[in-house]
Design a protein around this ligand. Sequence first.
Ligand code: ZN
Length: 610
Amino acid sequence: MDSQVEEIKARLSIVELIGGYVHLVKAGAHWKACCPFHNEKTPSFTVNEERQMWHCFGCNKGGDAFAFLMEIEGLEFREALQLLAERTGVELKPYRSQSTTGGSFIPGEGEYQTGDDERAPSAGVSKARVFGVLELATKFGEKQLWSPVGAKSLAYLQGRGLTDETIKQFRIGYIPKGWRHLADFLASKNFTDSEMLAAGLLIEKEGGTGGYDRFRERIMFPILDVLGRVIGFSARVEPGADESQAKYINTPETVVYHKSSVLYGIAFAKQAMKSEDQAIFVEGQMDVIAMHQAGFTQTVAVSGTALTEEQLKIIKRYTTSIRLFFDMDKAGQTAARRSTELALKAGLRVMIVAIEGGKDAAELAQHDPDALRGAIQGAIPALDYFLQRLMVRYNRHNPEGRRDIVEDFATLLSVMPDVVERSFWLKRLAETVESDEHIVAESVDRAIRARRVPTPNAGAYTPSVATPTASSHTPFTHRSEILRQRIGWCCLLDASLRVLLSQNISESVQAYLSEDPILGNANTLEAQLREAMFASEQFLEQEGLTQSTPEERHVILEPLVRQYLSELTKELQHEALKRIEYQMKQARESGNREEESRLRAEFARVLSEK
Ligand SMILES: [Zn+2]
């Protein structure tokens, strides 16, 4: 097998492979890009063509072509091997394990079968067998759809405007009425009931005496992963059949089907997402299919109501710009709003496609493709869209209405990681409601403070400092002051942490810290110190650390202080930018050109500080 690996590597261009996922730029002898595995704005991801290796200096991941594919597609080694073998035309020697699951079916011709070592631990069934049974079930469904028994379902799909070519491309199928049509067929191909169960195709009878088909008398929409493998189904009840049942049922969670990361259509959409630098999200699979048929092949759908972080992670491999094309009803708009928040938080650009008259994507694609094209081209930035809607919903001419608009919009702005972009929208909001920018900014600050929960050591320890108790007494305390105070307490509890205050910390932050009585070098009044000591012990109790040893405490407090420092750096910059911008506006209003341009330079300088 080693020789096969070497042969694949010899035939493969790692630059081409990785270039299919990220935008590589030649830099000297190497290639560079922004790392697809961690968030960054300056490239620290490098590819060495000669050595056929890659490495990221930001997150320290690296390896060969196989390692890259495994990481980015979430594959096991054998899956990556199979994929690259296909890509390079290297023929893998068929590998038969001494598997106790038996069976001689090898999915697809000449395809590679994985061995015992890759069993899904829960079910005792290998992933390869699960993929195999799902692939065969898809073929079975396709065959039924195009035979007389599927005539009614086929007519329905054609009636919705789908061409035969489209129906075949998306591999739509049909499972007839009956309890074990699919199961009996799969059993005849040497698949066991436990394998069908593991794939979500079978429902177990009570008492464990066999099972029956989960999908019966339904139109089957196979759900493919990024590599085009069937991982599950979404199944619609056959039109005219027992419509009292759930209209759509989906595959449950299995070893290969994870609802929160499913993107319907991704296998056919990923190329266009990259070339168009844009992804369109619609609500249902019929919408996806109709959009693809109409030429918008960068379209996908989520299976729940709103996007998840896992789905956005997948999308970000291909583009950072998304368009949400959801129904105009209440459910659709709620989903659009939640999806927008999540996508903004992930640093994506979000646009909204709004359709007059309440038509959905599938209808429009079928009946009025020109209007569809117009709507997609006319998409507007999500923040503009939601601001416009707020203006309709509330009356900006009275104080309550104005407050409602500002508070609602502030929750959207508060998720934006980019301070510059945020300040742009702050200004827009202030102009729209004809309010003072400074007052509007306060609302956003409050929303940010309410939202922010620092997690320096995710999973292991979550500090409960999101809303410090101090702020409830003094509502106008700046976040930076709270952070400085916290850093002071931590250093008081563990003096060795003080070294962090001078490592990689900018002068302005150091100056700010030194103004604090605990952190500064000035002689501290004994009373102040005692008070601070008392407060820091309370802090310790609040964090549940009273019983801890100094070593344990250090392990927990160190990442905390690091987190506070990085937050403080950003916060101070943010506050400074806001202050300057406010002064700039005042200078502008009073016609002081000289002061204004001085402030503009100051703004640029602060902005460029790292
Ligand atoms: Zn990285």
